[in-house]
Design a protein around this ligand. Structure first.
Ligand code: T4K
Length: 371
């Protein structure tokens, strides 16, 4: 037994600096609603992502809800991948749309443009690609589908801060992209998110929607919600943003170590990260016929040994009760992944010895010397 290892243990890159910033916030008595740190974070992200506008929000789910609401010309259906965190679908519904699920591609677990074509129907108003695990989507092909069908294209980039596609930062593609600063993400702001876009009009609509539709103190220009980011979240995100490159480098080392050690485990392989990945997630696929055991048994064994591996994103969108109306949708790749993926603890809180321990436990389980 050792320390409990989690997927998504929060990183706090510089506690002292964060505490000084928290103290400033208290002294300034400006706690939320477009405060100084929120504005600084937005400016820093504009530079990092190479976009004209960043709108910081309270979390990615609300960020997605805002862009899917104000960024589509009318209500209709939004295509989402079946294999994603449920927030991608929930946001579409919260924005007043219906959900149409499409399958993902084996190579990167991201929305498959061919599957999008297969499920096409007249009422679709937007496609929501998800850069799952920091793997960039098939951006160009999705863009082509969106242009041909004259619908909007958005990206859920909750996993992808610091990742690139063909050398260009994720954040600048489609009509808008949305990041997460949840505690478990590569840049943690306790909670938080950001919308990035080059579209001036959309940016303005998102800013209004983030703050109930208020212009100034009394005038309500549009419908809106409370999507504001607090100053304390922005301060934490700023502190961690400074460590982004270092975090990617450490994640990459852990990823390489998992990949090389797992080569000795039959039927258990680490999903190769796409070019430009931030390596924040370490995702394994288990082939039951070669591994000799079901995925769930392995996850149980790891938990018994204080390794909190996860079955993300089981059971998939269409097998989650609110979306069962989509059960007839054919998603064979997602279906297989829901039964075979294991997400492993990684990040700076793990030592190389911890990675050895995790892979050692997986080997022990396979060899049946676990009970
Ligand atoms: N799109 C995608 C593709 C996403 O993955 C997500 C969120 C979103 C959109 C929406 O983003 P946000 O609205 O959250 O900004 C989590 C998170 O709540 C969620 O943010 C994340 N994706 C999803 C993948 O995981 P849980 O319930 O599985 O994780 P949770 O909170 O139990 O944390 C995982 C482990 O991390 C814990 O077992 C222990 C450790 N942990 C967690 C927290 C919160 C800590 O050590 N300290 C902590 O403070 O949902």
């Amino acid at each position: 037994m050792g320390e409990i290892l989690h997927v998504g243990m929060p990183t706090i890159a510089d506690k002292e600096r964060f505490l000084r910033m928290a103290s400033d916030i208290i002294d300034r008595k400006w706690l939320t609603n477009n405060g100084e740190y929120v504005q600084e974070l937005e400016a820093r992200l504009c530079t990092l992502l190479g976009v004209k506008h960043v709108i910081a929000v309270c979390n990615a789910t609300v960020g997605l809800e805002i862009v899917l609401n104000v960024g589509t010309p009318k209500k209709g259906s939004v295509v989402v991948p079946d294999f994603t965190f449920i927030a991608s679908a929930h946001a579409a519904v919260a924005a007043g749309h219906k959900v149409v699920v499409a399958d993902v591609h084996r190579s990167n677990h991201c929305l498959d443009p061919l599957a999008v074509e297969e499920v096409w129907r007249e009422d679709i108003v937007a496609i929501l690609g998800v850069h799952l695990w920091g793997n960039s989507c098939f951006v160009d092909r999705l863009q082509r589908v969106a242009e041909e069908r004259q619908v909007k294209l958005f990206f859920d980039a909750a996993h992808a801060l610091g990742a690139t596609h063909n050398g260009r930062p994720i954040g600048s593609f489609g009509n808008a992209e949305v990041f997460s600063f949840h505690a478990t993400k590569i840049v943690n702001g306790f909670e938080g998110g950001a919308i990035s876009t080059n579209d001036d009009e959309l940016a303005q609509k998102c800013r209004l929607a983030r703050n109930f539709g208020f212009i100034g103190t009394d005038k309500i220009a549009s419908h809106g919600t409370n999507g504001k980011m607090s100053e304390v979240s922005a301060a934490m995100a700023l502190v961690n943003l400074d460590a982004l490159e270092k975090l990617i480098a450490i994640n990459r080392e852990r990823h390489d170590q998992y990949s090389s050690l797992s080569r000795n485990v039959r039927g258990f392989s680490i999903l190769p990260a796409s070019d430009g990945n931030n390596f924040h997630y370490c995702v394994a696929e288990l082939d039951e016929s070669l591994f000799g055991h079901h995925r769930d048994g392995l996850v149980e064994w790891l938990w018994e040994n204080d390794v909190r591996a996860r079955k993300y994103f089981y059971p998939g969108v269409r097998r989650s009760p609110p979306y069962k109306f989509e059960l007839l949708a054919r998603c064979p790749v997602s279906e297989a992944l829901c039964g075979s993926v294991v997400v492993l603890p990684t990040g700076p809180s793990l030592s190389p010895g911890d990675v050895e321990r995790v892979v050692g436990l997986i080997s022990q389980f396979q060899e049946g010397i676990c009970r």
